[in-house]
Design a protein around this ligand. Structure first.
Ligand code: G6P
Length: 362
């Protein structure tokens, strides 16, 4: 049938979509730069953000997790205070807002009912909204003042992968554009670094078997697992845990490494797999200390690090990218491990139980 053709030679949409990530990043670069290689956003988007004193990112699921990374990028690059909220909470329990809030709706589908309910409410109050979505003409796009497209191509697997990396890249582009407009100093050149990220993504996807091995070793039979990291890595850990829960039904928690000792470390037993993401120089020593703490309690630690903070015996060492963009790279191993864990456990990867691709009820 038609869906078989679209999937091509891939066993699952999820695998195909993970593989598409380097091409998606290149596509995004193409769409958001002019012939001089400078970032080019529409006047409408530029006007919206120039009026704002604070950004409120509103999203669900994987898009929410991408928003957490986006917050750090917006604050550090653009210097604009940014909050991230779960749509289903925000709609009914709106926090105190700044004077000139800008709402940014992150949604792969552009149809998520929880997010739409918030958009309806903020419009009623007279606020402006920007939607970042993969689907042109979707409800959240039509109803917002402006749209930035993700240019990721159709995402069919329930477990979202390429939309996550696309959202982070587009948020980074927005942050850089704000920074440029307000004369902020830029720590590195974004577009060439994104191009490098795409190349590195290719190299990671060319080594899938290694992550299949790690999934077999750490996740095949376990009832539970932890993903730990600090800073940006902690945000990626939330996404890693979500992926593992969604498709392999392993009870998984993403946790900031330093917070573990305040309760959750009680769950570490002999053989509990703990997957540590280590990419941030600032917190390298601390997170390695946290790994020692869990290993001392019997954990089976899998370390995925990055050049610059690597130790020789780490399970996988990713090529170096700017630490601020590390989530674009270190989410790939956790996506792949979740995928292969689900396969090893005999789960239906593309159609996990109880889940829908797009949730149109509140
Ligand atoms: C559903 C999907 C998730 C997705 C979330 C938000 O729960 O199963 O994968 O992250 O909705 O979807 P959106 O289209 O708004 O990004």
């Amino acid at each position: 049938d038609a869906s078989d053709i679209e999937k091509g030679t891939y066993a699952h949409y999820m695998l195909k979509e993970m593989d598409e990530q380097p091409a998606v990043i290149r596509n995004i670069i193409q769409h958001y730069q002019n012939e001089n290689g400078d970032i080019e956003l529409t006047e409408g988007v530029r006007e919206l953000v120039s009026e704002a004193d604070r950004v409120y990112i509103v999203a669900c699921g994987t898009s929410y997790n991408a928003g957490l990374v986006g917050k750090d990028i917006l604050e550090r690059i653009a210097g604009i205070p940014t909050e991230v909220h779960v749509s289903s909470e925000f709609g009914y329990n709106m926090p105190l807002l700044s004077e000139r809030p800008l709402f940014v709706f992150l949604s792969q589908s552009g149809e998520t009912a929880d997010s739409r309910a918030v958009l309806v409410e903020v419009k009623k109050r007279g606020y402006k909204a920007l939607t970042m979505t993969n689907v042109p003409g979707s409800t959240l796009s039509r109803e917002a003042n402006e749209t930035m497209l993700l240019h990721a191509g159709p995402e069919i697997a329930v477990a979202s992968t390429k939309a996550y990396t696309a959202q982070i890249a587009v948020l980074a582009i927005l942050a850089y554009d704000i920074a440029r407009a307000t004369g902020k100093e830029l720590p590195f050149d974004l577009m060439p670094e994104l191009a490098r990220v795409a190349t590195i993504m290719d190299s990671i996807m060319a080594q899938k078997e290694l992550f299949e091995d790690l999934a077999e070793r750490y996740l095949k039979t376990t009832p539970n697992t932890f993903f730990i990291g600090r800073g940006l890595d902690a945000s990626v850990c939330l996404e890693g845990a979500l992926k593992v829960k969604e498709i392999s039904y392993i009870q998984a928690e993403g946790y900031p490494g330093g917070e573990l000792k305040h309760g959750s470390i009680a769950l570490i037993e002999d053989g509990t797999p703990v997957i540590a993401l280590i990419s941030q120089p600032k917190t390298n020593l601390n997170i390695r200390g946290n790994v020692k703490e869990v290993v001392a309690r019997g954990a089976n630690a899998c370390i995925i690090s990055m050049q610059g903070v690597e130790h020789e015996n780490d399970d996988f060492i990713l090529p170096h990218v700017e630490p601020l963009l590390a989530p674009l790279i270190n989410v790939l191993p956790v996506q792949l491990m979740a995928y292969y864990a689900a396969l090893a456990r005999g789960c239906d990867v593309d159609k996990p139980r109880n889940l829908a691709k797009s949730v149109t009820v509140e």
